[in-house]
Structures are given as structure tokens and as C-alpha cells.
Design a protein around this ligand. Structure first.
Ligand SMILES: Cc1cc2nc3c(=O)[nH]c(=O)nc-3n(C[C@H](O)[C@H](O)[C@H](O)COP(=O)(O)OP(=O)(O)OC[C@H]3O[C@@H](n4cnc5c(N)ncnc54)[C@H](O)[C@@H]3O)c2cc1C
Length: 387
């Protein structure tokens, strides 16, 4: 077993760490407070080829894997970009990149992958109001007429609609069969904006760099050629999106947790209230050290899960564990960082509370803690399905 990063991976991590720190906290505070899409940062990612890390070279990418994407994302987040810096990778390299690279036709690869590398944003529409965590019961329907599908239905909590050029929609191309719940579901690629797609944004707690919406499809036309993978049998391709999404958000959480710890350690070295730096108090050191240990363990799970994915092996359990452990480790880190700063930690200007608000989402999306534990209990421990 080799734990050493190779030369390319080290160079990638260094590049990403530098880019993550290029835009200062004031930039990210502005993004957060004014609900802006971080265009300057996104353009930086594209111009340094980071959006194409896991895209084959023949389509303009650099031909590496999910492990390299995870290494880069972690470094971007830790370098200063936080949750914003890594989570953005879901809206392109993961939703479209992982899906199309593994399951797309040659024509789909030629049509979409070069644009993705250059910075096209993608939304992914899976969740529905009445199905929630149980996505096998989705109702959005794609009905074939001639050479097109016409999509009708409602999705909820769909992010990055305002700026996306394309969307992956999960819809039924065959009627729901309770005996075979996952049969009849397809993944379709569409263009945005469209008068047939209405997005109504929600106000939310954090992650203001992305809009999150209720989305309504009314006769949204998608060519038959835009079905990715086998028509009516998208369950397995779907997991080649959901698992990388968990892994990349876990890498983001590890990086963001370490960023919060760094900010806390720097603050604690300079702040004095009893005649010596507050960082000298063991009471402040222990929670930070505790979170650091949790983050280091979570990082190993992230790398392991990404490695399994890259080798075409089943990574479901490791991806679930990576996402769960990184989520909790990073929240512990952000919480300890807030505590270290005292009152200043609660004030937005200090650039700490934002990390906690953003990271809190990972306990809910893209999969909840409870569903993750259900999955591990059933598939790793072999216990009966409890629901
Ligand atoms: C900011 C944000 C951005 C998002 N972006 C996207 C996006 O871009 N695309 C997209 O498709 N989706 C997106 N989502 C949706 C997200 O994936 C879902 O919110 C998540 O999967 C949970 O579904 P739900 O909200 O319907 O919760 P529900 O399924 O209604 O669950 C509610 C609660 O019940 C618990 N629960 C449910 N079933 C069980 C069970 N069997 N055992 C134990 N507990 C259970 C859950 O764990 C949870 O705590 C986003 C969500 C948010 C908040």
C-alpha cells in the first residue's frame, strides 16, 4: 500500500491550494452576503484546466481520475475557498463529467465534454417533493413523441439553475412498477435556459454561492439521442454520479474543516486576554486537535473511495463512510473554530461562521445522515432493511 502522492498529484495540490487562496476572505464574504455566483473563481478553475481533471484528453481534459479531483478540491477548499471552492465541482465535473465520461455516447462526449472543461455549468435535477430521499418513486415523466422526449413534472431543491447552460434530468420513461421500483427511470441531458423550465429560488441558510430552486418542467423537449446510458435503466449510471458527488463533497468538507482550524490557530496565537495567547489554553487546543484527527481519518476514506471509483470497483460503502465522517469532522472543526474566536466567531466579518453554515448542508444533502447510516447498516453490516 502506497500512501505517497505522486509528482503530478503533489503539483496539482500545490496549484489548487494557491488558487484557493488567491481570492481573499472579503471576496467570499461578498459572495455569501450578496448571493453572488463566484464567477472570477470559476473562470480561474477553467483557465487552469481544473474542471477537466477527470475528463479524457481527447475531449480537452487532463485525463486523470476522481482521486485527483478530490485532491484538488480539498486543496482549493483548504487554501481559502472553503465549501464554495469544492462544492462547485458538483455543478459540472461531477453531474455531467462523471456521468458522460462513463456512460455517454461518443456524440454526447463530443458535444458536452469540451464545453464542460471550458466552464459550462450544469444543474442536476433528481429530488422531487413527494419522493424525497426515496428517489425510486419519482414521478417526473419523459414521454416520447417522434425523435424527442417531452418532460413534465416538478423537482425541488435544484441548485445552480440561474447560471447553468445544461441540466441532467432524472425522469420516468416507463410507468412506475411497484414490483420493480427502479425500472423505467432514465437520465436525460437538456439545454438551459428554456421557456419550458421554470425555476423558483428558495431563501436558505448558507451556500449562497448557488441558487436552490423549485423547478417545473412543462413539455420540456429533449432529443432522444440525449438519453445517457440505457433508456429506462439509469439506476446504475445514476450511482456513478451519486458516489462521486459524495466523495467530492467529502473532500470539500475535509479541506474546509482544515481551513477553519488554520484560521482558529492563527487567531489563537495572537489574541491575549489573560496576558498570554488564548491558544496556550488546553481547553481551546483539545477541540481543534480532536477535529484535526477526525479530518485526517476522513481524508483517508475520501482517497480510498475515489481510488475504488477510478478502478471501476464498488465504492458505495466507502463513499458513504467518507461523506459521513468528513461531514461530522468538518462540522466539529468549524464549531471549534467559532468557539476559539469567541464573540468574533459569531460575527460574519470574521469569516468563520460562514463555514459552519455551509458545511451544515452536508448532513442533509446530497444524502441525509440517516439514509447514510441506513445504507451502512444494511450493506456493510448485513442488517435487515429498516424501512
Ligand atoms: C441547499 C440544497 C441544495 C440541494 N441541491 C440539490 C440538487 O442540485 N439536485 C437535487 O436533485 N437535489 C438537491 N438537493 C436535495 C437533497 O438531495 C435532499 O434534500 C436530500 O436528498 C433529502 O431529501 P428530502 O429533503 O426530501 O428529505 P426527506 O426524504 O423528506 O427526509 C426528511 C428527514 O427524514 C429522514 N428520513 C427519511 N427516510 C428515512 C428512513 N428511511 N430512515 C430514517 N430517516 C429517514 C431523513 O434522513 C431526513 O432527516 C438539495 C438540497 C438542499 C437543501
Amino acid at each position: 500500500m502506497d500512501f505517497e502522492l505522486d509528482e503530478d498529484q503533489v503539483a496539482l495540490a500545490e496549484l489548487a491550494k494557491g488558487l484557493g487562496g488567491r481570492l481573499k476572505d472579503e471576496y467570499w464574504q461578498d459572495v455569501d452576503e450578496n448571493h453572488k455566483f463566484p464567477e472570477e473563481f470559476w473562470n480561474d478553475l477553467a483557465s487552469h484546466d481544473l474542471l477537466g481533471i477527470a475528463i479524457p484528453e481527447e475531449f480537452g481534459g487532463i485525463g486523470k481520475g476522481l482521486l485527483e479531483m478530490a485532491i484538488a478540491v480539498e486543496a482549493l477548499s483548504e487554501g481559502g475557498a472553503g465549501m464554495e471552492g469544492g462544492a462547485l465541482f458538483v455543478s459540472g465535473p461531477v453531474f455531467a463529467g462523471c456521468l458522460i465520461t462513463r456512460h455517454g455516447s461518443q456524440k454526447q462526449k463530443e458535444t458536452y465534454l469540451p464545453g464542460l472543461v471550458a466552464g459550462d455549468l450544469w444543474a442536476g435535477a433528481f429530488t422531487e417533493p413527494d419522493s424525497g430521499s426515496n428517489i425510486s418513486t419519482i414521478r417526473t415523466q419523459a414521454t416520447r413523441r417522434g425523435d424527442s422526449y417531452f418532460i413534465n413534472g416538478q423537482k425541488v431543491f435544484i441548485s445552480q439553475m440561474a447560471h447553468s447552460k445544461h441540466i441532467v434530468v432524472m425522469a420516468r420513461t416507463q410507468a412506475y412498477d411497484p414490483a420493480h421500483r427502479t425500472r423505467g427511470i432514465s437520465l436525460l441531458l437538456g439545454d438551459l435556459p428554456s421557456p419550458a423550465v421554470e425555476a423558483r429560488p428558495f431563501k436558505k441558510m448558507g451556500n449562497h454561492f448557488m441558487d436552490t430552486n423549485a423547478v417545473y418542467f412543462t413539455d420540456y423537449e429533449v432529443p432522444v439521442d440525449n438519453v445517457v446510458g440505457p433508456e429506462g435503466d439509469a439506476w446504475s449510471p445514476m450511482y456513478d454520479v451519486l458516489n462521486p458527488e459524495r466523495i467530492i463533497l467529502a473532500a470539500t468538507a475535509v479541506g474546509t474543516g482544515n481551513l477553519a482550524i488554520r484560521k482558529a490557530v492563527e487567531y489563537a496565537a495572537n489574541r491575549e486576554v489573560w496576558g498570554r495567547p488564548i491558544g496556550a489554553h488546553q481547553g481551546l487546543q483539545f477541540p481543534l486537535a480532536h477535529a484535526r484527527i477526525e479530518l485526517a481519518s476522513a481524508r483517508l476514506k475520501v482517497y480510498e473511495a475515489a481510488w475504488l471509483y477510478d478502478h471501476g470497483l464498488d465504492c458505495g460503502i466507502q463513499a458513504a463512510m467518507a461523506k459521513y465522517s468528513a461531514t461530522h469532522a468538518s462540522l466539529d472543526a468549524a464549531d471549534a473554530a467559532i468557539q476559539t474566536l469567541g464573540g468574533a466567531g459569531y460575527i460574519s466579518e470574521s469569516g468563520i461562521e460562514r463555514h459552519w453554515r455551509n458545511l451544515r448542508l452536508n448532513r442533509i444533502a446530497p444524502v441525509t445522515d440517516e439514509m447514510t447510516l441506513n445504507y451502512v447498516a444494511q450493506h456493510d453490516l448485513g442488517m435487515p432493511r429498516s424501512y
